[in-house]
Write a protein that binds this ligand. Structure first.
Ligand SMILES: [Zn+2]
Length: 376
């Protein structure tokens, strides 16, 4: 199996035009197979990867916890694995489209689940109904500070109910796991896979990198088209995930060679990891500058949403969008480019304070706002 390597890595190129057919494995590198699983909405599918060991298989990410995904796995187990068992399930991070089937598969083969520590325990907390920080005083305070209306928490509660029926709720988790950590090597078949941890989209996201194959399984840490959601949530109202995200991008730029073939969890496998990382860094810097320009007149978080998103947002999109806006605001606060003050109603107001802004500003030359936040 060989992929034609492009002559130049200065732009993003896609060796495959479309995803593999339902339930079929597509070889993408020696011992590495791509499987697409269905998802609802504009995302359409999640990419999972299977790694062939000498007499067994490993699975990277598992798909949503719903009947359709279980049915596709049945087909794969019956038709595609050549009678060899699965000996390890690796989940890059704790989002439902990645961990949805982890318990079923590990139960079926009695094999371990491999995750980083924060991702595993966060998944278990959510799976056990560990409480919704969006209700109660913590959620109330968070959304008040962002300038949201009083009935916003009720709108959100309705949204969560409907989300459960879409199979996007957190599945039951396996009771034990094997811990992954940054720098660790997993030897699968004759290939060494190095775990590289990124952060920002989720707390301790594991990617798998093989320098021999020049392949990076990137999960949601590096996607070629979608910008992964990077959000502040009520659980940790002063978190700075965009700083983690930008730092991770810097780190990947440093350690991942330009000719690496990237196998992402959404969109198509691609070459051009460095231009993509630079684009993503530029994208967030551009959004932050647009926010600074808007905050020459003090602004509340809710009113900054049109700077980032073009479309009128429903309550769920609003939650994602606010989380992203606040993530950008927090990195600007960290850089001493915004100042925050609280009014008598408990609402935060942000004002640009960096004297070099007038030199850096270019209000007529920004990227167009995204349509809506990505659910990934
Ligand atoms: Zn994710």
């Amino acid at each position: 199996m060989s992929i034609t390597t492009p002559k130049s890595f200065d732009e993003i190129t896609y060796p495959f035009d479309e995803r593999p057919a339902r339930g079929k494995l597509q070889a993408v590198a020696p011992g590495v197979y791509w499987l697409a699983m269905p998802m609802s909405g504009s995302l359409a599918y999640i990419n999972l990867y299977l790694l062939e060991d000498h007499d067994s298989w490993w699975i990277v990410d598992t798909g949503l916890a719903n009947a359709e995904t279980s049915a596709v796995w049945e087909e794969v187990f019956t038709n595609e694995l050549g009678g060899k068992p699965v000996v390890g399930v690796i989940c890059t991070h704790m989002h439902p489209d990645h961990i949805g089937q982890a318990k079923d598969i590990t139960d079926r083969f009695r094999c371990p689940l491999y995750m980083t520590q924060s991702e595993y325990y966060q998944a278990r907390t959510f799976a056990n109904g560990g409480g919704n920080s969006r209700s109660g005083w913590i959620g109330e305070r968070f959304y008040t500070q962002a300038g949201m209306p009083k009935d916003y928490l009720q709108q959100l509660a309705k949204m969560w109910e409907s989300r459960e029926s879409e199979g996007m709720s957190m599945p039951t988790m396996v009771q034990g796991y094997e811990r992954l950590h940054d720098g660790q090597i997993l030897r699968i078949g004759d290939t060494d896979w190095q775990i590289i941890v990124g952060s920002g989209h989720s707390p301790e996201h594991a990617c798998l990198y093989s320098s021999a194959l020049k392949v990076l399984i990137s999960g949601d840490q590096i996607l070629p088209i979608i910008t992964s959601n990077v959000s502040v949530h009520p659980t940790e109202p002063n978190a700075n995930p965009l700083k983690n995200w930008m730092d991770s991008h810097d780190h990947f730029l440093e350690v991942i060679p330009q000719d690496t073939f990237v196998l992402p969890a959404h969109n198509l496998p691609f070459f051009g990891v460095r231009p993509r990382l630079r684009d993503l860094i530029h994208h967030h810097e551009d959004r932050m500058l647009a926010i600074e320009e808007a905050c020459v007149e003090p602004q509340i978080a809710k009113d900054l949403l049109p700077v980032l998103f073009a479309r009128k947002l429903d309550s769920r999109q609003m939650m994602m969008a606010l989380g992203e806006a606040i993530a950008h605001i927090h990195l600007l606060l960290h850089r001493n480019r915004l100042q925050r003050s609280e009014d008598d109603e408990g609402v935060f107001h942000y004002r640009s304070v960096d004297p070099s802004l007038s030199r850096r500003a270019h209000p007529d030359d920004h990227e167009a706002p995204d349509d809506q936040p990505a659910y990934v």
